[in-house]
Design a protein around this ligand. Structure first.
Ligand code: NAD
Length: 373
């Protein structure tokens, strides 16, 4: 039997090997640049500048913010962005601004369709993999979950290897931990406390990424997001998040409803911070690694509702309802030191500021399309 110390020791060694691999890659790249490869002002070889960037699920909440940041970043702005999305949840409005800036192609396709993915991957060297269904829908339609998160991710990796993609940045989730045993939770926490099919498939995705790295040398980073919120959250869908429901009710002068006793904690992180973590992961030489992406601040649902009431300047008592069946994880708190040390990422937007920006966006959207048209 391995002692706890040996397990931690092995994790630490594996991590150091990855950092070492990344440094070796970096020095190799620097050498190539010195040796006279054609470079643009970004310092990247010309061959990379003409390659496309593909985002599966690119029309969704997080994907659309990643595109905005890619377009604003000198290292990526010259490159064509391909959005591969079946628009089951993604919205054209999310990507309207990105489209107006140019160099964006939309492919209405499904990650379950191998041929469509293979074609979309043509001349692509960087993939952000976001296509997925929500945790709640996974519980209601487990076979669909298996097909989209499971087989869809396999299809994406197979197509990526075939196309010679350089790196995949994959959206994983804090759900891999389930109700963790230690807080703040580190990346080397085991995944056996997860009890959801969504979390199981995200864990499997991480395993697939590592095995493709081993078999084909495909570089990847998986980012385990904690609780994401911000402008472009789904306002109308069946699986709309709790914050949007609360905003609607508070705006109508009604009490926000908490399912459970409100002591459940979450670690909320603003969507633009999530997008920036993705861009930094794409720029980083680190590979074959997972990173927690949260704020490393836990807030109870009760305090979250109070913060929202404050931001919306409403004085309404909170209402309580019966606990929901899916994802009854009572505590979430990320250790984000690895993302800070290796990717140079720290969250920039605090909760009150993030909630203010979410509410301002929601009000604008409602003024423009009051009935969700
Ligand atoms: N939002 C969060 O709190 C959160 C937390 C942890 C992890 N994640 C992960 O981050 C990623 C992005 O999440 P998001 O919040 O932007 O969700 P989202 O629903 O806004 O975006 C997902 C996108 O995938 C598309 N999609 C769904 N099924 C597809 C299919 N079969 N083929 C092609 N496209 C498909 C949807 O139309 C949508 O545009 C997902 O992988 C999600 O699991 C999100």
């Amino acid at each position: 039997m391995l002692s706890a110390f040996s397990v931690v020791n092995i994790y630490a060694r594996v991590f150091l090997v990855h950092v070492f691999k990344a440094n070796a890659f970096r020095s190799q790249f620097k050498k190539h640049s010195r040796d006279g490869y054609a470079t643009f002002s970004t310092g990247l070889p010309h061959s990379i500048m003409t390659k496309k960037i593909l985002l599966t699920g690119g029309a969704g909440l997080i994907g659309s913010h990643i595109i905005d940041q890619l377009q604003a970043d000198p290292e990526f702005s010259g490159r064509e962005v391909v959005i591969f999305d079946n628009f089951s949840r993604g919205q054209r409005a999310n990507i309207a601004q990105a489209l107006s800036r140019g160099k964006v192609t939309i492919i209405e396709g499904d990650v379950r369709d191998r041929d469509a993915l293979r074609q979309a991957m043509d001349n692509v060297d960087l993939v952000f993999h976001l296509a997925a269904i929500r945790i709640t829908q996974c519980a209601q339609e487990p076979r669909l979950a298996m097909e989209v998160l499971g087989e869809g991710t396999f299809n994406m990796l197979e197509a990526a290897v075939e196309a010679g993609v350089r790196k995949v940045i994959a959206s994983s989730s804090a759900s891999v931990y389930g109700l963790a045993e230690s807080f703040p939770t580190r990346e080397d926490h085991h995944p056996y406390d997860n009890r959801t099919i969504y979390g199981a498939l995200k864990t499997w995705n991480e395993g697939l990424l590592r095995s493709f790295n081993d078999m084909y040398g495909l570089d990847y980073i998986a980012l385990r997001y904690f609780n994401v919120y911000g402008p472009r959250m789904d306002r109308h869908g069946v699986y709309t998040e709790v914050l949007i429901r609360w905003i609607e009710r508070i705006d109508a002068g009604k009490a926000p409803i908490i399912f459970g006793d409100g002591t459940q904690t979450m670690d909320f992180v603003f969507v633009e911070d999530i997008a920036r973590a993705n861009v930094l992961a794409a720029k980083s030489d680190a590979t074959d690694a997972v990173f927690n992406i949260g704020r490393s601040e836990e807030i109870s649902l009760k305090d979250l509702a109070k913060a929202l009431l404050r931001v919306m300047e409403a004085d309404i008592p909170i209402e309580y309802g019966p606990e929901r069946a899916v994802n009854p994880v009572s505590r979430r708190l990320a250790d984000i030191s690895r993302a800070r040390d290796v990717l140079g990422w720290t969250p920039a937007v605090d909760l009150e500021e993030g909630l203010r920006r979410l509410v301002a966006w929601w009000r604008e959207e409602r003024a423009e399309a009051p009935h969700g048209t």
